[in-house]
Design a protein around this ligand. Structure first.
Ligand code: NAG
Ligand code: NAG
Ligand code: NAG
Ligand code: NAG
Ligand code: CA
Ligand code: CA
Length: 762
């Protein structure tokens, strides 16, 4: 009812033919007449009516016989009009907070024709607010925080409630805040909702969380008024305002002596009631007596002090008990907020060193024992290990890996049982294991023994390369044909020297020692006649200056070559080349040479046998000669190998016997009927002739059964069939042709050529 004063009567006189008047409420009506047309009102009605129908207003028109009709929002549902009186009634409870105005249209129609008597006009039904909404907090509960020990009046947070009612309506939406629970420590600004601390000594460690209840209420100063509450949980944020305190007055640690440096041997527990991020305990020794043995490191997570070993402990040593005072404090403390009486905490730390069974200890971390090569049953050195414990057990030694050439005695002495060769391996590195005899723990320790094999001069120097020197046949005297050097397998030493000298004095070459471990081979007597010698053998003695000095004799084979005017080699004998070809090639070549040689020799001997019968001219048992021939076959010495067969035998043939001219034997022998090759004929024709002879002769052995001939032994009861035995003492054949056959037949040529007999006997 008190709202009625708002219902002003307002008449609007517009230029339109229709006079518009707002007005009228059910209780205080004013009648306005307009000249014609509608008499209608903007209508207003309070929300929240629950008795229906309730009158809202009246439509009026001065046209008679009209009938009122309502159209528009919620016409005929919420709002209905009495068609005769024009009264508008509400039939539903209205809620201003949902919809505060309704737009409607009023019509006046003829009762019978239903024609509109007035033009339709719109009007508004306005819903009038009543205080039917309490202020509502945005959250039911708030979770806020403020640092502990904040000053009085520190803003904690702001909370607000909203009221859905019409703020223009008489305080319906004006909110005031009050703390209805927990107002001892906090207060709130009643208009703004800002919450402040009311004290200065909020201590998280005492109480970390506070819960206050805030009420928001509208319609201040009036009776009634609607309210709601919210819970505000205030959490105190930690600051570092508490010092750490040791949990014990004394910490005792029993530590075995074999703990390693860096090990944590104990933990010092402290309590810091601040949150973990505000625990920064620092530990220190009050007196720095044992700082070389220990240091204390704070554990970053648990804040406890880790007692760490810095120096090895020894139960048998001077220190087997430590007593020290440790303090703990926190340098990052918020001094203003902390309690000054608890600045520092002290504790006593006792470390008892315990004895353990330790492995034996070697006197040295490793041992180096040199010993001479080539010697056996020597004792280069002794290792030693001792039991460090008070039991002082005796120690046994073993070598790893085990060997049969080196052993270790009970006393730890190394025994070299077999000679070593330094040139094979200069070091022998072994591990010695020491174990305590009778130890229950069987602890072992090890040390490395380096056995160094020392050098002896047991290798003579030798030529660095297999030199193949050559010289021109017309070379000048003093010409250096080669520089040679030497190597020695023994260990080089400072001042190591090789000296070179010629073995014989009767040489065509000089060996000139250059005194820098090289030597030059020089020509002594120049101009070599290739007819005299194609190869010269120069024995060179190389000596080292070790103790004792060693020498070796190395023979150089110097080849005489034909040269052009510029001194370039144009033709050399093949000795050097042969040496270069592979062994298999040499064997093939030598076997073929041998076969040819045998064929030639046989042919020659057959001819001789034909001519004279003097079987003893060779001065040797023919079987012996056969053997030598066969040996030659197997060993393949080559044409330079004058030792593999008995050259003297062949030479003696030439030397001891007068060489008769070829004569046709007048005697009627089997062979005599065949024409003999002439003195100038070649070997080929001789062989051909003999082959023909043999082919036509059924009684003679065929020529190709050389092996049967070769294997015939001296013990045979049968008289020898060897053609050697029947060899003639002489031949009319000119063997000089052998010289023209090339180098392979050189030896034969030398043997049978008349000119070279003396030379061959050197
Ligand atoms: C309030 O906040 C604190 C930290 O700020 C949190 O630990 C706690 O769980 C929160 N409580 C609620 C009910 O959200
Ligand atoms: C250390 O050893 C002593 C005696 O040997 C014993 O009484 C004590 O309990 C041990 N302390 C710890 C922490 O083991
Ligand atoms: C043995 O030790 C020596 C010295 O350390 C080293 O020079 C040598 O190479 C080692 N020999 C072997 C076979 O390990
Ligand atoms: C040089 O060589 C020839 C032929 O081999 C030999 O007769 C002579 O004795 C040698 N001279 C010297 C000085 O050795
Ligand atoms: Ca704190
Ligand atoms: Ca603190």
């Amino acid at each position: 009812m008190k709202l009625l004063w708002l219902h002003l009567l307002v008449c609007i006189f517009g230029s339109a033919p229709l006079a518009l008047c707002t007005v009228e409420n059910p209780w205080q009506e004013r009648h306005h007449r307009v000249k014609r047309g509608w008499i209608w009102k903007e209508m207003a009605t309070p929300e929240g009516q629950t008795r229906f129908p309730f009158r809202i207003g009246t439509l009026r028109s001065d046209k008679p016989n009209g009938k009122y009709v309502l159209q528009g929002e919620f016409a005929d549902t919420y709002f209905k009009v009495d068609e005769v009186s024009g009264d508008v009634h509400g039939w539903e409870t209205l809620d201003r907070e949902k919809k505060s105005t309704y737009n409607l249209t009023a019509l006046l129609v003829d009762k019978t024709t239903m024609k509109t008597l007035e033009p339709p006009e719109t009007f508004i039904i306005r819903v009038i607010d009543i205080n039917d909404n309490a202020p509502i907090f945005k959250q039911e509960s708030y979770n806020v925080s403020v640092p502990e020990m904040s000053k009085h009046g520190t803003l904690v947070t702001v909370i607000n409630a909203e009221d859905a009612d019409d703020p223009t309506m008489s305080g319906n939406a004006i909110v005031k805040y009050t703390i209805i629970h927990g107002q001892e420590k906090f207060y709130i600004n009643e208009d703004t909702g800002q919450i402040y601390t009311a004290v200065s000594n909020l201590d998280r460690e005492e109480q970390a969380n506070y819960e206050i209840i805030v009420q928001a209420k509208d319609s201040p100063g009036q009776n009634g008024g609607l309210s709601s509450t919210a819970t505000v949980t205030i959490h105190l944020k930690d600051i570092n305002d508490n010092f750490p305190m040791f949990t014990e007055n004394q910490f005792t640690f029993n530590v075995s002596e074999d703990r390693r440096v860096g090990d944590v041997i104990g933990k010092l527990l402290v309590i810091d009631i601040d949150e973990p991020q505000n625990r920064n305990t620092k530990y220190s020794f009050l007196k720095q007596m044992y700082e070389e043995w220990f240091h204390i490191k704070p554990n970053q997570e648990t804040n406890e002090g880790l007692l760490i070993l810095k120096k090895p402990l020894n139960f048998e040593g001077d220190h087997n008990k430590f007593k020290m005072t440790v303090d703990a404090t926190d340098y990052s403390i918020n001094v203003g907020a902390a309690r000054p009486d608890k600045r520092k905490s002290l504790t006593e730390v006792v470390v008892n060193v315990l004895d353990v069974d330790e492995p034996p200890e070697f006197t040295q971390p490793y041992y180096l024992f040199p010993f001479k090569e080539n010697k056996k049953d020597i004792f280069p050195g002794t290792v030693s290990a001792k039991d460090p414990d008070k039991e002082k057990r005796s120690v046994k030694y073993s070598l790893k890996p085990e060997r049969d050439d080196v052993i270790i005695t009970k006393e730890g002495t190394i025994h070299i049982k077999k000679p070593f060769d330094r040139e094979e391996s200069a070091w022998l590195n072994l591990t010695v294991i020491a174990e305590e005899i009778g130890s229950p723990t069987n602890k072992a320790s090890s040390a490395v023994v380096y056995l160094q094999v020392q050098d002896e001069n047991d290798n003579a120097p030798e030529l660095t390369y297999p030199y193949v020197p050559r010289v021109c046949e017309n070379v000048a005297n003093e010409h250096v044909i080669l520089n040679i050097s030497a190597t020695d397998k023994d260990e080089p030493f400072p001042g190591m020297k090789f000296t070179f000298s010629s073995a014989g004095h009767e040489n065509n070459f000089t060996v000139q020692d250059n005194r820098d471990n090289t030597a030059s081979i020089k020509v002594k007597n120049g101009v070599f006649d290739p007819n005299e010698a194609k190869f010269y053998y120069l024995p060179i003695i190389i000596a080292d200056n070790g103790k004792p000095p060693l020498t070796s004799t190395n023979t150089l084979t110097i080849t005489v070559c034909k040269c052009n005017e510029k001194g370039e080699f144009t033709y050399c004998e093949e000795a050097g080349k042969l040496a270069a070809v592979s062994a298999s090639t040499i064997v093939i070549v030598l076997v073929s040479i041998l076969l040819i040689l045998l064929a030639v020799i046989l042919a020659v001997l057959f001819i001789r046998r034909m001519q004279t019968k003097s079987p003893l001219i060779l001065g040797k048992n023919p079987a012996e000669i056969h053997e030598q021939l066969v040996t030659y076959d197997e060993e393949g010495g080559g044409e330079m190998d004058t030792n593999s067969y008995d050259v003297s035998v062949l030479n003696s043939v030439r030397r001891n016997v007068v060489m008769p001219r070829y004569e046709v034997d007048p005697g009627p022998t089997l062979y005599a009927q065949v024409q003999k090759p002439s003195r100038t004929g070649d070997m080929f024709s001789v062989i051909e002739a003999k082959k023909d002879e043999a082919d036509n002769d059924g009684e003679e052995l065929p020529y190709d059964t050389l092996h049967i001939f070769g294997y015939e032994g001296s013990e045979s009861n049968v008289e020898s069939l060897s053609s050697l035995e029947s060899g003639s003492s002489d031949s009319e054949i000119d063997y000089d042709v052998l010289n023209e056959w090339g180098p392979r037949f050189k030896m034969l040529a030398d043997m049978y050529g008349l000119e070279h007999l003396e030379e061959f006997a050197y």
